[in-house]
Design a protein around this ligand. Structure first.
Ligand SMILES: Cc1cc2ncn([C@H]3O[C@H](COP(=O)(O)O)[C@@H](O)[C@H]3O)c2cc1C
Ligand SMILES: O=C(O)c1cccnc1
Length: 339
């Protein structure tokens, strides 16, 4: 990791009043530190979307049927989802990995799609462990492979996104387990719903976390696997391998942050590579970010996932990189310091 004082000294020597760019300078420091260089790069960059299904949907934890995961994966394959639109707008490459959907895979998928199913959806965390430890390891490895492939293609800025109806329920469980948030406070409406859905979800999350918590000290992977989803564990493996390879990880919303909590627990130190793009409207997200020591760039009431919040924040990173790279030193323009 690069010394922060060196980065501040570089910024303070540029042709502008000292600290005149406010939080953009803080971001520039974090970006440079995460890549260990004074000229961090934001191109090429890649969003990897991981798709998976969740047994708990059958227990009524989402307002949407499980089939919507497959329909949205088809929409992403056709280039018609929010993630496609925002990735194109921000010149960000996109990949889509089926790490555990329950519906048949898309027919004639595009080149950016990868079939890598660990299983056809998790078991319901409302009735027992969502997955076993070998499935956890398989999902983690798929995510790690994706990060290594992106690094191999020259990407130093990585985003993980997800698609999986029901996945705000495992995200709430993991936030309660790993960020110490009260289970009830970790539960939000996710992709929509009413007060009855919220009550049902709270009961499911509270019971599942209570069952897994005793395992955390002695068998942390089993405790986490009991509450997770394949796409969430894949994001965790992606983050750990991306951080190990020296990349900046631009963190999306509540569900991606659940993956970040797993990564930090299983590969301590991963959190130094994160920049938090935004704070999701899901009520537990603030606690999850605080546990990782992250301050979000945006607070825009977004609650979609698919990497959307990270994509919206990308221009801020481009600006921070341009500042570090392209602004002349004050002395090069012949001016002395007044401030
Ligand atoms: C059409 C549609 C597109 C989405 N894109 C992301 N999500 C997001 O919402 C889902 C999680 O919310 P819950 O836990 O309430 O089901 C995930 O698929 C997540 O990616 C979507 C949800 C829907 C319905
Ligand atoms: O913040 C998120 O990641 C989120 C919120 C609602 C639904 N899906 C994802």
């Amino acid at each position: 990791m690069m010394d922060e004082a060196r980065i501040w000294a570089h910024l303070d020597g540029l042709a502008k009043p000292r600290r005149s760019l406010g939080r953009l300078e803080r971001l520039a420091v974090d970006l440079a530190r995460s890549q260990g260089r004074l000229d961090p790069v934001t191109q090429p960059r890649r969003l990897v979307l991981f798709a998976g299904d969740h047994g708990c949907v059958v227990d009524g934890c989402s307002a949407w049927p499980q089939a919507v995961t497959g329909l949205m994966v088809a929409a992403i394959c056709a280039g018609r989802a929010t993630s496609n639109a925002l990735a194109a707008a921000q010149r960000c490459a996109l990949r889509l990995v089926d790490v555990g959907m329950a519906t048949p895979p898309p027919r004639a998928p595009p080149a950016f799609f990868r079939a890598a199913r660990v299983a056809s959806g998790t078991a319901s965390l409302a009735h027992g462990p969502a997955m076993d430890e070998s499935q956890f390891a398989a999902a983690w490895a798929i995510g790690a492979e994706e990060a290594e492939a992106a690094l191999g293609a020259g990407c130093r800025l990585l985003i993980a996104g997800e698609m999986g109806i029901g996945n705000t329920t495992p995200a709430a469980c993991l936030t309660a387990l790993l960020a110490g948030c009260d289970p009830e406070a970790a539960v939000g409406l996710g992709a929509g719903g009413d007060a009855a859905l919220l009550d049902r979800k709270r009961a499911i999350v509270s019971a599942a976390v209570a069952a897994a918590r005793p395992l955390l000290a002695t068998r942390p992977r089993a405790a986490i696997a009991a509450l997770a989803g394949f796409e969430i564990v894949a994001m965790a493996g992606f983050f750990a391998a991306g951080a190990a390879g020296g990349a900046t990880l631009l963190l999306d919303g509540y569900v991606a942050t659940a993956g970040a909590l797993i990564a930090e627990r299983c590969a301590p130190g991963t959190r130094a590579a994160f920049l938090a793009a935004h704070r999701s409207a899901e009520p537990g997200h603030g606690a999850a970010l605080a546990r990782l020591g992250l301050a979000p760039l945006l607070d825009w009431e977004m609650r979609l996932g698919e990497g959307s919040g990270a994509l919206v924040a990308l221009p801020l990173l481009d600006s921070a990189a341009a500042l570090l790279r392209d602004v002349a030193p004050l002395e090069a323009i012949g001016a002395g310091r007044a401030d």
